[in-house]
Design a protein. Structure first.
Length: 131
C-alpha cells in the first residue's frame, strides 16, 4: 500500500500544512542558546527526544567551517556570515549536543568536523578556526 506524502509530513506550527501528519509547536522546539536558538537540526533532535527517542545517529551535522563553500552542498544555500557568528553557532551546537548526550545516545556516522559530544573538542575547534 502506497503512503501519501502528507501521511509522512511533520511540520512546525509556523508552517501552514493542513494535511500534515503531525504539526508540533514551534516555540516548544526553540532553545535559548546564542547562535542556534532556531537551528533546524537542533530543533529536529529536540522533537525526536520529545517523542522518546533514546538513540540517535547523525549524518552531515558536523558544524560550520570558516570556508562557507564547504558548509553546504548547494551554492544557493551558503550562509554568508562573520567568523564570530560561526563560532557562536558551533559553540551553541556543541553545548546542546553534550546536554542531549547526557539523556540519549548520540552517534555521528559521518566525520565530525566542528561538533562533538565529547568534552574538550570545542576548545580544540575554536583554536583550529583561528589558524
Amino acid at each position: 500500500m502506497a503512503v501519501r506524502k502528507a501521511e509522512r509530513l511533520i511540520v512546525t506550527s509556523n508552517i501552514v500544512a493542513e494535511e500534515a501528519y503531525i504539526q508540533t509547536e514551534y516555540a516548544g522546539l526553540r532553545n535559548e542558546i546564542e547562535g542556534v536558538s532556531e537551528n533546524a537540526g537542533i530543533m529536529a533532535i529536540t522533537f525526536l527526544m520529545q517523542l522518546g527517542v533514546k538513540e540517535l545517529y547523525l549524518a552531515g551535522m558536523d558544524g560550520y567551517l570558516w570556508d562557507m563553500e564547504q558548509n553546504y552542498a548547494k551554492e544557493e544555500m551558503q550562509l554568508r556570515t562573520r567568523k564570530e557568528t560561526i563560532q557562536a553557532m558551533n559553540k551553541g551546537m556543541n553545548q546542546l549536543l553534550r546536554q542531549y548526550a547526557e539523556q540519549i545516545s548520540i552517534v555521528f556516522i559521518t566525520k565530525e568536523k566542528q561538533l562533538s559530544v565529547k568534552k574538550g573538542r570545542e576548545e580544540e575547534n575554536e583554536i583550529k578556526g583561528k589558524i
